[in-house]
Design a protein around this ligand. Structure first.
Ligand SMILES: *Cc1c(COP(=O)(O)O)cnc(C)c1O
Length: 417
């Protein structure tokens, strides 16, 4: 198997894991209750509501997202960011269709659906495009600036252009911490545009969101007050094992109404008492996943979680400095959290060859990616392992240097020949 929790695993993104999360997962397996309605297991629903409020408070989310505000907002644990984004997209579609049909009485669903268009940046996760493929809705990917960030004026121009062509813009995904390079869209400006144009604004912070529990990184979340929905995955960078994606919706009443059905065999369940999480997602049955969050939060405490995040960020900076101090390499983007995008100053082929040497040695794992807006090949170094230490970073850097020496020496020999 591939050891995702090895301190020398630097591919993809972290897969959260820790002893209390594993215990909670086992207990969830033991209890085996399937919380589709509140009555099916009240503790499952109640704990989930409390955990989403706890995490929301750690993130200083606006009150409207929390159950405790007694407003229309609240959170849910979805199985994945992909599912959360799809649900947000579908909610936005229903909201838009019903809004348009109040004005254009003779327009059918089909006519409206054909005109709908939504936006994200070229750096957004592929799940954003996939949500369009699953739902048959049109996605338009917009170019980013030099820091791989989507800006408000680009979004505004696309909306204006599409409206002129007769399309109906309805949904925007802003990414905080892109999967490729951990870049941040300008959600403050995107949010302003969405508000002005009356579009659903969804923020995907699957990986980076965990860092916002630290006050020094909370500024990255500024603009979340414009969002209609927001997600982060504790299963990525908050020590909770897969699967666990936290999603908040500001107006849950209206967002979920189109998907709410109560079959006859649930009639006796006390529907009115509280909410029924089956209406929030695709599946009917769901695991008791909030136990994992509860155990992790209680075991580490907010301070323990902050310490974990800070350690990963500081290790990423250690790696960044090693790369920057070697003239043969370049770092492509200032490092903000735990992802370092770098490359050999050389051809794409050389970089590919170096990566292949590194991975074939089998001591560390690294992956490449491509920044779509610049058609640029990059190597991603991610601090993943829960127990990664400085010496692992140094070890990994030596592995990279070994491969670089090999590639560059063989090039020099070729040149001499
Ligand atoms: C990992 C990731 C996703 C996909 O997560 P799943 O939970 O596997 O669907 C979506 N968006 C971003 C930004 C990610 O990093």
């Amino acid at each position: 198997i591939v050891h995702w929790n090895s301190p020398r695993f630097h591919s993809y993104l972290p897969a959260g894991n820790c002893f209390p999360a594993i215990c909670a997962d086992m207990l969830s397996g033991v209890f085996c209750n399937i919380g589709f309605s509140w009555s099916a297991c009240p503790a499952s629903t109640d704990l989930e509501m409390v955990m989403l409020d706890w995490l929301g408070k750690m993130l200083q989310l606006p009150q409207d997202f929390l159950f405790s505000s007694n407003g229309t907002g609240g959170g849910v644990i979805q199985s994945s960011a992909s599912e959360s984004t799809l649900m947000a997209l579908l909610s936005a579609r229903e909201k838009t269709i019903s809004c348009i049909q109040t004005m254009k009485k003779d327009w059918s669903r089909g006519m409206i659906t054909d005109k709908l268009v939504y936006y994200a940046s070229t750096e957004a996760h592929c799940s954003v495009e996939k949500a369009g493929l699953l739902s048959g809705l049109t996605c338009r990917l917009l170019p980013t600036d030099a820091a791989f960030s989507l800006q408000g004026d680009i979004l505004q121009a696309a909306i204006d252009e599409d409206r002129t062509l007769g399309f109906i813009p309805f949904f925007v995904v802003g990414t905080l911490g892109t999967t490729n390079s951990c870049a941040f869209d300008n959600v403050d400006k995107l949010g302003e545009v969405c508000k002005k144009e009356n579009l659903w604004f969804h923020i995907d912070a699957a990986y980076a969101g965990a860092a916002f529990i630290c006050p020094e990184f909370r500024y990255l979340l500024n603009g979340v007050e414009y969002a209609d929905s927001f997600l982060l995955c504790p299963a990525k960078w908050l020590l909770t094992n897969h699967d666990c994606c936290a999603m908040w919706i500001k107006d849950r009443e209206n967002a979920l109404k189109p998907f709410s059905i109560t079959p006859a065999y649930l009639k006796e369940d006390v529907e009115e008492q509280t909410l029924n999480y089956r209406n929030w997602g695709i599946t009917f049955g769901r695991k008791f996943r909030s136990l994992k969050m509860w155990f992790v939060f209680r075991m580490f405490g907010v301070r323990g979680l902050q310490t974990y995040i800070r350690k990963h960020v500081s290790l990423a900076h250690e790696f960044e400095n090693l790369v920057k101090n070697d003239h043969r390499f370049e770092v492509l983007l200032p490092v903000v959290l735990g992802v370092v995008c770098f490359r050999l100053k050389g051809s794409e082929a050389q970089n590919e060859e170096m990566l292949s040497v590194i991975n074939k040695r089998g001591k560390i794992t690294l992956k490449s990616s491509r920044i779509r807006s610049r058609d640029l090949y990059v190597i991603r170094f991610v601090v993943c392992g829960k127990d990664t230490e400085s010496e692992d970073i140094l070890f990994s850097w030596r592995e990279i240097c070994l491969a670089a020496n090999k590639i560059l020496n063989s090039k020099n020999e070729d040149d001499r020949r």
